[in-house]
Each structure stands twice: as C-alpha cells, then as structure tokens.
Design a protein around this ligand. Sequence first.
Ligand code: PBE
Length: 267
Amino acid sequence: DSKAAIGEEMDYTITGIDAGAGVVKSSEKAVEEYGLEDWEVQTSSGGAMTEALGNAIEDEEPIIVTGWTPHWKFAKYDLKYLEDPKGVFGGEEQIKTMVKTGLKEEKPNLYKILDQFKWNAEEMGKVMLARKDGTPIEEAAKNWVEENSDKVSEWTKGTEKVDGTKAKLVYVSWDSEIASTNVIGEVLRQQGFEVDLTQLQNAAMWQAVAQGEADGMVAAWLPGTHGDLYESNKDSLEDLGANLEGAKIGLVVPKYMDINSIEDLKS
Ligand code: PBE
C-alpha cells in the first residue's frame, strides 16, 4: 500500500540529529511504542538534519525529521508535526536556565542577569533566521541586542557592570541554543564580563554546570526532553526557571506528505 511505499522511499529512516538530544531519544522510544520495527532513527547533527530537510523539500521527496519549536525551519518551509496519540513526545515544554550551586554568592551580577533572562519564540526566531540567512551568529546576536534595548534592560535591571569577571556558559550546537546562548553572551559582554561560550554534547553540558565547571546554561528543555538529565543532576545545580515558554518536540514532515500521525508509519 501507499504507506509501505512512503517507508521504502525513505529507506525507513527518520532523519535525526545528535545522539545526545532528547528528541532523538524520544524518537527511538516512539519507534518502539508505535511498533515501527522496520524504522530506524539515524543520528547526525542539527546542521545535517536541516540540510537533508532542505534537499528533500527542493525535490518534493518524503522525509521525516526529529523536529522542535522554536526553530527557523517552520518559517522557511511548510511543515507539520505528526500527531502523537500515545504522547511519547510529551506536551508543551519550557526552556529553562540552570546555574551552578553557589553562583549567587560568587557572581551576584551574573546570577541576576541569568535569572532575569526571558524572551519568547518570536524573538528567538529573529536571531535564528538571521543566522540561517547568512549573518554570523555573533553579529546576529549583537544586532538583536541593539534593536531590543528595552528587553535587554529588563535582563540587566538592578545589576552593576563588572570589570572582566569570567562568565562561562555551556550549550549544545542546536539552532535554538546557538541563538539564545549567543544573545545572552553578548549581553554579558556588554556588561563587562569576560565571556566564554563552550559547545558540548547534551549530557556533558548538564554535568559541566552540576560539577561547577561552568557557571550556567540556558538550554534545559523540561519537563520532558531533558527530564532524565535533570533528574540525575538536579541536586547539584540551581534551577532559575523558564527563559522561554511554549517549546515543543516531535516528528516533523513537509505538509505535502500524505500522513498525519506517527501511527500512519506502521505498515
Ligand atoms: N532540541 C533542541 C534539544 C533541546 C533543544 C529539541 C533538539 C533536544 O532534543 O535535546
């Protein structure tokens, strides 16, 4: 039937990202829970996934990717999430800020800025799109900070400038986190911090904060996506709450594809 044909056309492959990503783990769980024995989640990177997606769309070929919101792909292409009646991917997520224990006493100004950092999907989207369209991320972050000085002054409210205090943030190379980390990094730089943004794998990012090797991160997707990592690290870090509401993960396909639910992948 046509469903088997779609599977064959895609080699029964779901185009994933890095193996440490929560959305990849959830996709593997979905393969199991929906009984998609023929299917495999192929891991690579966020960049390889968006390249494969762009190529497939250019040729109007079928493709299934591990997707998430906020992400520029929804602004560039007509996409839809596959329905997930079993709820494997969870519901609405928050992106939260986590800092190392004791940061409040050690670097009160850094702590306060990270605590006050909050924006929305639309704001993050502008930075992501600028980068996708070729602006280097440092420049895109600088431009955003310049154009949104009201917002930025909410984040720095009640803090004092510093003189070269070190601020080390860790993140993973996902489009959304590249955007957020570089924006807050630029704000900290303008406040006088000596900023170090270090890219790690997901589990290593959580551990770096929990072990106090990094000051913090703005890339914690909860309650579902990073729920396991939060559980194993929560006793040694401080949760500063959401910096963005209304995030989501799931399997994403181009709208021209004739399937609507993960269940439709079962042949
Ligand atoms: N993501 C983007 C990450 C969190 C941020 C959805 C790809 C993940 O799946 O872990």
